[in-house]
Design a protein around this ligand. Structure first.
Ligand SMILES: Cc1ncc(COP(=O)(O)O)c(C=O)c1O
Length: 354
């Protein structure tokens, strides 16, 4: 029998949302990391223009979308050698179902991580084993998740660390899945894809990407994977049976989104501008920032229980996420997301200064 799924963590945050909402100038929600900047107009147009969609779309993706992902993988990620691509209904869907699809029994997850890696292992009745980044210490398993830049810490793994993970996969024949959904949001650290490190041998290697944050398309549910052709073929077959098909208007919108980098640069500039305002303001009220040099989040601590920090901020109308949502090692940290408008971020800074 499957182990029960954990309580949905965000429910525990709701009372602090109520406290923050009672602030006279309203809540500044920096908790969930849901994009607030508009989806670029040209992407919305492509979506609208494909709204007459009477036929079933292809699970494998339209030829145009497949070509756009392939070109992007070559040019943006530096992927080489043989690989295949597959669109996804958001990357959370894959994270939650991959252990089931691949029938993995042991899944390695980062010790401070996006909670769905663990939930996916539970759904697949697999054992989830939290591990540090040093793959030389990793036990035998069927599947391992990498996430750089990391949610929640914003840590970017080094080339040596990622190569040790690839080596672990090659030695053990296990699947290495690199969740790279924050790759486009570099700040002071330069992130890179696992596919740039495989020297064209992508066996047992998968990279997962999402347009939710890159292109502010979280509401579209648009993501994709790239990597080992045999593994992707297996996953595609499963998905064909299970009805996991990306809607055609979304596929059209993804195709144009991937062909443009200008809007991604603008979004990165926005997020980094917000980080540059918030970081010193948090430090001035005693938070010590760790990692946080890429991605979408500030990871920080006042060396107190995370809920104490969350409550202190909630009384200033600011909602943050307790690090305990991401594993035991996050119990004294909080995560702050850059996903509020510039106006709200400036007002958060003023509230912290007051
Ligand atoms: C590390 C990580 N992976 C995957 C996801 C899922 O994103 P989506 O389903 O929107 O593609 C998230 C969302 O926050 C995330 O932080």
């Amino acid at each position: 029998m499957r182990a029960p799924l954990p309580d949905f963590p965000w429910d525990a945050l709701a009372p602090f949302g109520d406290i923050a909402r009672s602030h006279p100038d309203g809540i500044i929600d920096l908790s969930q990391g849901t994009p607030v900047d508009s989806t670029p107009e040209f992407i919305q147009t492509a979506f609208r223009e494909a709204s007459n969609s009477p036929s079933y779309p292809l699970t494998a993706g339209t030829p145009e979308l497949r070509a756009a992902i392939t070109q992007w993988a070559h040019e943006r990620l530096g992927a080489t050698g043989d690989f295949d691509v597959l669109p996804l209904i958001g990357s959370k869907e894959l994270v939650a179902w991959l252990p089931t699809i691949l029938e993995a029994k042991k899944v390695l997850i980062p010790e401070i991580a996006y909670p769905t890696y663990h939930v996916g292992a539970l759904i697949g009745q697999a054992e989830s084993i939290p591990v540090g980044i040093d793959a030389n210490q990793w036990p035998i398993a069927d599947l391992a998740w990498l996430n750089s830049p990391s949610n929640p810490t914003g840590r970017v793994h080094t080339v040596d660390e990622v190569n040790a993970c690839i080596q672990w996969s090659r030695n053990s024949g296990a699947t290495l899945v690199s969740d790279e959904c924050y790759l486009d949001f570099d700040h002071t650290a330069k992130s890179f894809s696992v596919l740039s490190q495989t020297n064209g041998d992508n066996s047992n290697i998968l990279a997962v990407h999402s347009l939710s944050k890159r292109s502010s398309m979280a509401g579209y549910r648009a993501a994709f994977m790239i990597g080992d052709s045999q593994l992707i073929s297996r996953i595609r077959e499963f998905r064909k049976h299970a009805g996991m098909i990306v809607p055609l208007p979304v596929q059209k919108a993804m195709t144009v989104a991937l062909a443009d980098n200008e809007h991604v640069i603008q979004q990165r500039t926005r997020y980094n501008g917000r980080r540059d305002l918030l970081r010193p303001a948090l430090e001035a009220v005693g938070f010590r920032v760790e990692f946080s040099n890429s991605g979408l989040y500030i990871w920080c601590t006042r060396d107190e229980d995370a809920w104490v920090s969350v409550e202190w901020l909630a009384h200033r109308g600011i909602l943050a996420t307790p690090g305990s949502f991401y594993g035991e090692k996050g119990a004294n940290h909080i995560r702050i997301a850059m996903t509020a408008t510039d106006e709200r971020i400036k007002s958060a800074v003023l509230r912290l200064k007051a």
